[in-house]
Design a protein around this ligand. Structure first.
Ligand code: ADP
Ligand code: MG
Length: 731
């Protein structure tokens, strides 16, 4: 029987049917088509209901049942006009994916009359039987109830799957006792904390500021490969990454893929998922090839952070689904292929006031520059003080392959700010020492203004090796993993910013109380913060060995693995931070820590199983088959009377193959034994560490090494798994 690999290759060479993607005409014609925007709401709601919706969208104001029913009716009328029959609360549990459970508008009255309805209660709150989502022990099985509650700040939308259309209501997900069980709830709480702290600081500069929102523009990297080929790789199907595969003769060394022409099949896929995104109001703006072969990126225009996170979660769903239509497989894993770049999700982050000011954009006047400087330096201080927590917020089994490997940002958190701002900070540091007079003050302000030239806004001053880089008017957190829900890292980032700003105000007020002028007090605290957090600033090559040594000298942490990185979530410092900002209680933090460790254990466990299965049922049989070919060949040559020299090469290959076979079967056996032992460990943290250092650390690389060597020795016709060159270059 022909192997699946060759069937898939055959299909590819026959040329796959191309999916035709209609042009939308103008994007503006379809943008938001499936979103219950405020403009749509205006048409479907009474004045009263509309006002109530607007108020709750802007934050805070609760919607009562009666108003809820009016709004629900309006949403249903709109949805039905588009052919929708079902609705669902759409939420993001701690699986890292989105979740939904559909209900129909259709119901029966007590007398059996069929009607269509959507009650306010059903809009506002639902109780999905969701007891199987991870809860880290927060919900004992006897109290398994979990509630979803409407988040009016993210608009309802219609998800089209094939001919089916479902009204989706973005919601939070909490336990019966109120603990958060999702990624959205803590994010919303962190945003409230940031808003309050940032507005307080803005008040020093502009009394008109009453609201500060965090903004996020994510850049999503991903791989796309032929689905036929992907389907014959059990590792891709079950673990999302290849556990075996020798590097192809050609990888990314020629840099010929980066920003290159987009292959036609991929191009159709991109246009298709972009159009679905536009309809859902996801403002995708850019698309291009990335560095590795078969790697691509897309990015939207930035948005308010909660919406941006929902949009990214939705997009990941859409991409995976639309890829199937095109006979493609979209890989969101951080490291699907060894030896070439992995995928990240740069989180571009800033804060904006309701007066229209980007708080991380250098201003045009000394006064606005001082406000910029305050927020800029507070960001640096926040990252410096809570680097361990930020590192924890991006920790996952997948991301471990990027961080610490010499390609993605390192596991050491540092900040790149560029030449000009480095100069500015140096000036501030040296000038604002102790007391200084009026004249000094004026000069200082002028200097700052002068030394932030327009040039800086130009994105020329870039450092691609920094995990946290200032890029002119925003910070770019580059270490986030491609498959991550960005709410997790953004909750932490906004929480630490809120805390730092809060302390900043306390420090400035203390100086003002002592009689210091406001501007002088602000400058002095800024100066102190620069001194305190200088160690985190680094402008050099983040991938270099020198930086590892230098960072160690500076006392910066370099935690390379997830189980240890996650410790930062349960330190007293973290507990204090999250509890005082009302984001997580101690119980919630500990539950999350547990869930993330469990997720890590399961991921590595699955990879270990896949590795064992593949080695035993794919790799070894092929190798043995080829071994037999060589044996009969040698026997034959001997039989016809040739000397040993005639089959010396075959013998050598045979020996090598035998060695690799033995190494593989020995190590697989030992790995299985190790896994059994590790599974007995009761403490989740200890178990995760044992999976990391024992199961993965001791065996994954060894087994892979021998399998990849075999791939180079065994007759290609016997090899069952599609090779890297096929996965990466055929489409
Ligand atoms: P890169 O050169 O790193 O690819 P881009 O200029 O394409 O960066 O922008 C990356 C992302 O940053 C985009 O999503 C963009 O909308 C976003 N961005 C720009 N300004 C802000 C801001 N003030 N806050 C948050 N994100 C922003
Ligand atoms: Mg970027």
């Amino acid at each position: 029987m022909e192997s699946l690999r060759f069937k898939a290759l055959d299909n590819l060479s026959k040329g796959l049917p191309k999916v035709k993607v209609e042009s939308p005409g103008k994007i503006t014609e379809i943008f938001n088509e499936n979103v219950f925007t405020l403009q749509v709401a205006r048409k479907y709601l009474s004045d009263e209901a509309y006002k109530s919706l607007v108020a709750s969208t802007r934050g805070g104001k609760k919607i009562d049942r009666n108003m809820g029913s009016q709004i629900a009716n309006g949403i249903r009328a709109w949805a039905e006009s588009k052919g929708v029959t079902h609705f669902t609360h759409w939420f993001q549990p701690l699986t890292g994916l989105s979740a939904e459970k559909h209900d129909s508008f259709f119901t029966l009255k007590s007398d059996g009359t069929p009607i269509e309805e959507f009650e306010g209660a059903a809009l506002i709150q639902q109780e999905p039987d969701a007891s199987s989502f991870p809860s880290g022990g927060l919900r004992a099985t006897f109290e398994a109830r979990g509630y979803t509650a409407w988040d009016p700040s993210s608009p309802a939308f219609i998800m089209e799957i094939g001919q089916g259309k479902t009204l989706c209501i973005p919601t939070i997900f909490v336990s019966y006792t109120g603990e958060s069980l999702d990624t959205k709830t803590p994010l919303l709480k962190a945003l409230v904390a940031l808003d309050k702290a940032a507005v307080d600081v803005c008040q020093y500069f502009d009394k008109n500021v009453t609201k500060v929102t965090a903004t996020l523009g994510w850049e999503q990297e991903y791989f796309v490969i032929d689905a036929g080929l992907a389907n014959t790789r059990p590792d891709l199907l079950l673990a999302g990454r290849t556990v075996f595969g020798h590097a192809p003769a050609k990888g990314q060394q020629l840099d010929d893929h980066y920003f290159g022409a987009i292959p036609e099949r991929i191009y159709a896929f991109m246009r298709d998922f972009e159009q679905e995104s536009y309809k859902l109001g996801i403002p995708i703006r850019t698309r291009h090839n990335e560095v590795a072969p078969a790697q691509f990126e897309c990015a939207p225009i930035f948005e308010e952070i909660n919406l941006a996170v929902d949009h990214n979660t939705l997009l990941m769903d859409i991409m995976e689904r639309v890829a199937k239509r095109h006979g493609l497989k979209c890989l969101l894993h951080e490291k699907p292929f060894a030896g070439i770049n992995g995928s990240g999700k740069h989180n571009n982050w800033s804060m904006a006031t309701d007066t229209g000011v980007n708080l991380l954009a250098p201003g045009k006047t000394p006064k606005t520059n001082l406000m910029f400087l305050a927020f800029f330096v507070n960001s640096i201080k926040a990252v410096h003080d809570y680097a361990d927590l930020l590192r924890a917020s991006i920790a996952s089994a997948g991301n471990d392959h990027r961080l610490g490997a010499n390609e993605a940002p390192p596991a050491i958190i540092s900040i790149f700010i560029g030449k000009y701002l480095t100069q500015v900070l140096n000036q501030v540091e040296s000038r604002v020492s102790g007391k200084f007079d009026e004249q000094d003050e004026a000069m200082l302000k002028l200097d700052i203004h002068k030394s932030i030239p327009e040039l800086m806004l130009d994105n020329t001053d870039r450092n691609r090796t920094s995990p946290f880089a200032f890029t002119g008017n925003k910070f770019e957190f580059r270490a986030v993993g491609s498959s991550a829900n960005c709410a997790i890292s953004m909750t932490t980032l906004n929480a630490i910013m809120a805390e730092t700003l809060r302390q900043f105000k306390v420090d400035v007020d203390a100086l003002i109380e002592k009689g210091e002028k406001k501007e002088v007090a602000i400058m002095q605290v800024i100066q102190k913060y620069i001194v305190d957090s200088k160690a985190i600033l680094f402008e050099g090559d983040g991938y270099s060995d020198e930086w590892e040594k230098e960072a160690a000298k500076r006392g910066l942490a370099n935690v390379k693995t997830t189980p240890l990185a996650l410790d930062a979530y349960v330190t007293d410092k973290a507990k204090h931070l999250f509890e005082s900002n009302e984001i997580y209680s101690h119980v919630e933090l500990e539950a999350r820590h547990e869930i993330m460790l469990e997720a890590y254990v399961k991921k590595v466990q699955i990879e270990a199983r896949v590795m064992g299965d593949l080695a035993t049922t794919f790799i070894l049989p092929s190798a043995i088959k080829y071994q037999n070919v060589l044996i009969s060949n040698i026997k034959g040559l001997k039989e016809v009377g040739l000397s040993e020299a005639a089959y010396a090469n075959q013998k050598q290959v045979l020996e090598a193959i035998s060695t690799h076979i033995n190494e593989i079967s020995d190590n697989v056996e030992k790995m299985i034994e190790e896994r059994k032992n590790v599974n007995e460990i009761a403490d989740t943290r200890a178990k995760a560490i044992a999976y990391c250092d024992g199961v993965k650390g001791k065996y994954f690389d060894v087994i892979r090494y021998h399998v990849d060597k075999l791939e180079l020795l065994v007759d290609d016709a016997f090899w069952l798994l599609p090779k890297y060159r096929e996965l990466l270059f055929l489409r």
